[in-house]
Design a protein around this ligand. Structure first.
Ligand code: W6P
Length: 430
C-alpha cells in the first residue's frame, strides 16, 4: 500500500536514457598519464551527479516496470509467474529507496567541494597530482551518482567510514537486484505459457509483443547500468575498459570465439564429429567501442540458428557435405555490419515475422527445461526461443539493428548492424 504509493510517485518521473558515448565520455576526456591518478579520476567521475537530474534513475525505471506489469490486462497480469516477476521489481525498488545516504557534516561537504577545486586538498602521497578541472557530469546517469555530488573516492574522502559504508551497501544492493532478476526472462516466458493455456483473451498478440519488447529492452538497460556501476566500483580496471564497455572491442576476436562456442554446442547437441564450417571474412582488425558480452551473445545466437538450419536440412549423416556458413564483417562510417549467411534451406517469407515473436515459439518449452531441471542440462541449441528477439533488442539498445532475409529453399542471411558512433540514446520507449 505505502510501497505502491511510492512506486506510483517514482513512475511519474520520465526515464532518462544514456548513450554508450556518454557512459565513457568523462573518462576519455581527461588525458591522465599516471595510472594511479587515472584510477582515482575514473572513480571520481563516476560519482559525479548532474545538477539538473536529481531524481534517481534506477528506482524510476523499476517503478515504471511495476506500474506496467500492474496495468496489464488481467488475463495476462494475473498469471502467477507475472505476479512473481512484478514482486521482484517491487522488492528491488523498495531496497533501493530504503538506502539512505550518510549524514554529512558541513565541514565534510565543504572539504569535498574544495577537493574538486584545488590540489591542496589532496594527499601528498599521490605523486604529480595535477588536478584537472573535473566538471560535474551533465546527463550522466543519476542512479550512479549516489545522491550527493561530491567526489568521494579520493583517498582522503574514501576512507570516511559512513561514506564507504554507504557506497558499499549501495553496490551490494544493486548487485543483489541484478541477481534477483536473473530468471526474469524465463519466468516471464512461463507467464506467457500460463496465459496461453487459459486465455480468455482480450489481449491481442501484437500487444503482448510490444509489451515484452519494451519490458526486455528496459531490463537490458537496467542491467547495463548496474553492471557498469558495479564494474567501475569494484574493478579490476583493465586497459581499454570503462566498466563493462570496451573502447577497443575487437570484433574479429569475438566472432572467432562465438564461432568456436556455437560449433561446439552444435556438435554436442547433434552428436556430430564436426559441425558445419564457418568461414569468416574480415578486413583487418576492426576495433570499436562496444560491450563485448552483448556482441558475443548476439553473434553466438545467430550462429546457433544457422548451424541448426544447416544440420537439420542435410541431416546428421552428411557431416562432410555441409555447405559452410559465411560470416562477413564490414565497416563503414556509420555502421559495422556482420552478415551471417547459411544454406540451411531458409524460411518462407511469411515465417519471418514469427521468428521475432515471443508468443508462437515452439521450442520454448524445451528451451526453458534446462532452467527448471539443471541436472539434465542440454545445450540450448533449439531455436526459435527468445534468442532472436532478445538479440535484436541488444542490437537496438546501442542504436543498431538485426534483420533477416531469407531465400526459401536455399538459405538465410542475418544482418547485424552495429552503430559505430554509438551516440544514439538508450531506447526506453519503443
Ligand atoms: C535459418 C533460420 C534463421 C534464423 C536466424 C539466423 C539464421 C537462420 N537460418 O534457417
Amino acid at each position: 500500500p505505502q510501497l505502491y504509493d511510492k512506486i506510483k510517485h517514482f513512475a511519474r518521473f520520465p526515464q532518462t536514457g544514456v548513450s554508450l558515448k556518454q557512459m565513457v565520455m568523462f573518462v576519455k576526456q581527461q588525458k591522465v598519464r599516471n595510472p594511479r591518478q587515472r584510477h582515482f579520476l575514473r572513480r571520481a567521475n563516476f560519482y559525479t551527479v548532474s545538477k539538473t537530474q536529481k531524481k534517481k534513475e534506477l528506482p524510476i525505471r523499476l517503478a515504471h516496470r511495476v506500474k506496467e506489469l500492474d496495468e496489464l490486462p488481467r488475463s495476462l497480469g494475473d498469471m502467477p509467474s507475472i505476479i512473481k516477476v512484478k514482486n521482484w521489481y517491487a522488492q528491488s525498488f523498495q531496497e533501493l529507496i530504503e538506502l539512505s545516504p550518510p549524514e554529512l557534516s558541513t565541514e565534510m561537504k565543504s572539504s569535498f567541494r574544495n577537493a574538486t577545486k584545488s590540489s591542496h586538498a589532496f594527499p601528498q602521497s599521490i605523486p604529480n597530482l595535477a588536478i584537472p578541472q573535473v566538471k560535474p557530469v551533465t546527463n550522466y546517469h543519476p542512479s550512479v551518482a549516489i545522491g550527493h555530488r561530491y567526489y568521494n573516492n579520493f583517498e582522503n574522502i574514501e576512507c570516511t567510514p559512513p561514506i564507504l559504508a554507504y557506497t558499499d551497501s549501495f553496490v551490494k544492493t544493486i548487485e543483489g537486484v541484478k541477481r534477483r532478476h536473473d530468471p526474469v526472462v524465463t519466468t516471464m516466458a512461463q507467464g506467457i505459457m500460463e496465459y496461453k493455456q487459459h486465455r480468455k483473451s482480450n489481449m491481442i498478440d501484437a500487444d503482448v509483443q510490444q509489451f515484452l519488447d519494451r519490458f526486455y529492452m528496459s531490463r537490458i538497460g537496467i542491467r547495463m547500468l548496474i553492471g557498469q556501476h558495479s564494474a567501475l566500483y569494484r574493478g579490476p580496471f583493465m586497459r581499454n575498459y570503462v566498466g563493462v564497455i570496451c573502447t577497443r572491442t575487437n570484433i574479429k576476436e569475438i566472432a572467432q570465439d562465438a564461432i568456436a562456442n556455437a560449433r561446439f554446442i552444435c556438435e554436442d547437441h547433434y552428436g556430430l564429429f564436426r559441425a558445419p564450417e564457418v568461414q569468416m571474412f574480415c578486413p583487418g582488425d576492426i576495433e570499436f567501442m562496444y560491450v563485448p558480452s552483448h556482441l558475443n551473445h548476439m553473434v553466438f545466437e545467430l550462429l546457433k540458428n544457422s548451424l541448426r538450419a544447416v544440420v537439420e536440412r542435410f541431416g546428421p549423416d552428411y557431416e562432410d557435405e555441409y555447405p559452410p556458413i559465411k560470416l562477413v564483417i564490414a565497416h563503414g562510417k556509420e555502421d559495422i555490419t556482420i552478415k551471417i549467411s547459411d544454406e540451411g534451406g531458409g524460411l518462407p517469407r511469411s515465417g519471418i515475422p514469427v521468428v521475432w515473436t515471443y508468443m508462437y515459439t515452439t521450442a520454448q518449452a524445451q528451451e526453458l527445461e534446462p532452467e527448471f531441471n539443471k541436472s539434465e542440462f542440454k545445450a540450448p541449441m533449439a531455436g526459435f526461443g527468445y534468442g532472436l528477439p532478445i538479440s535484436r533488442l541488444y542490437a537496438r539498445y546501442f542504436g543498431g539493428d538485426l534483420k533477416l532475409i531469407s531465400m526459401e529453399g536455399y538459405g538465410t542471411d542475418a544482418y547485424l548492424h552495429l552503430n559505430r558512433l554509438s551516440n544514439s540514446d538508450e531506447p526506453l520507449i519503443m
